[in-house]
Design a protein around this ligand. Structure first.
Ligand SMILES: [Zn+2]
Length: 352
């Protein structure tokens, strides 16, 4: 299965679409989230009071252990998500129902989640024998991926209608689906794409009400709960457009932001904004930026670079595996459930 490369017109379309998704995250989102408490408490109830036979049937039918023969050189689907909880599915947004359906499909077909870092380490302990790994990647750090609900008196709950809330709920109902995923962060993007929302004190309702002071707690929560933090530049820079110096500043600056939130955290993965490579390709994974104010050097060295497309990724056991070019499956239409199904049916997938 040849890797599909994204052509320049597609990249340009992507750029236009991201602007749109930024706008969606900032405002279009509101209507969908106008009644989060009601909408989510009812769906959460259906979920936890399980034995509603119709809904529970496919889950109950899922095997508790896999039966497929081991295939360590098979493909691993690395799924790429942007805005979650939009009114409809577009190139950069997915409805809550479609996202939940992706998870149910993956679960039913015997996939279990790991991070990119685990893939690099050939660490498949979270995948029972006979089952297959899947990697969920969330790009751009929008509020839709990690939203808090302020309950007052300092209590913050993860909104069950945000991607992270959906994953927490899914793990509660399926404990063998661990809290695993890779979040490719921005720490200075426009329209709240800054560690999931940076509404200032004077305008606290901006960006789905996601306050500036909640940024670090969110990033810390992810690191503490089994998720991987990934570099995606400061503000989603098109790395092909800039000098080597700016490329390194964009990448190192994001790393510094992550280090401020989680001191000492070792970032091992970076995702190319729009899938665009810097002119000096190796700078995507290795470089250094010296802060002119302090004279201090900020080096970086990642093991993995994520492409924006290309289909299911090669296994780390595949001799052709290139960790500096890991392909992904974009959340477009039904591509994700279809690819998961196809990989399972054709025995093309990695099986532990
Ligand atoms: Zn992105």
């Amino acid at each position: 299965m040849p890797a599909r490369q994204s052509s320049p017109p597609r990249a340009a379309r992507r750029a236009a679409a991201l602007v749109l998704s930024v706008l969606l995250a900032a405002c279009g989102h509101r209507s969908a989230d106008a009644t989060p408490a009601t909408a989510t408490s009812s769906s959460a109830r259906t979920a936890s009071d399980t034995p509603a036979p119709a809904a529970a049937a496919p889950v109950a039918a899922a095997p508790s252990a896999g039966s497929a023969a081991a295939n360590p050189q098979g493909r691993i689907p690395v799924l790429e998500y942007h805005v979650i909880g939009a009114a409809k599915n577009t190139l950069y947004s997915r409805t809550l129902d479609s996202f939940k359906n992706d998870l149910e499909t993956a679960y039913r077909l015997g996939y279990r989640p790991i991070t990119v870092a685990q893939m690099l380490d050939k660490d498949f302990r979270d995948v029972p024998a006979g089952m297959s790994p899947v990697v969920l990647v969330f790009d751009d750090a929008s509020p839709s991926q990690f939203r808090y609900i302020d309950r007052g008196n300092g209590r913050l709950d993860i909104d069950p209608a945000s991607a992270t809330g959906v994953l927490v709920d899914f793990n509660r109902r399926h404990p063998d689906w661990k809290l695993r995923g890779t979040y490719c962060l921005l720490n200075g993007g426009a329209a709240g794409h800054n560690f999931f929302g940076d509404a200032p004190p004077k305008d606290p309702s901006k960006f789905d009400g996601q306050r500036r002071e909640w940024r670090f707690p969110k990033v810390q929560w992810l690191a503490k709960n089994g998720f991987e933090l990934c570099d995606h530049t400061i503000w989603h820079a098109k790395l092909n457009k800039y000098s080597d110096a700016v490329v390194q500043q964009q990448i190192a600056g994001n790393l510094m932001g992550i280090d401020s939130a989680v001191p000492g955290y070792r970032v091992r993965t970076m995702a190319l904004p729009y899938g665009l490579w810097p002119k000096n390709r190796p700078l995507a994974w290795q470089g250094s930026w010296t802060d002119p104010k302090t004279g201090q050097a900020h080096p970086y060295n990642f093991q993995a670079v994520l492409e924006v497309a290309g289909g299911p990724a090669r296994s780390p056991y595949d001799p052709a595996f290139n960790p500096h070019s890991i392909s992904r499956i974009e959340a477009i239409g039904n591509d994700i459930p279809n690819q998961l199904e196809r990989l399972a049916k054709t025995n093309g997938r990695f099986v532990r």
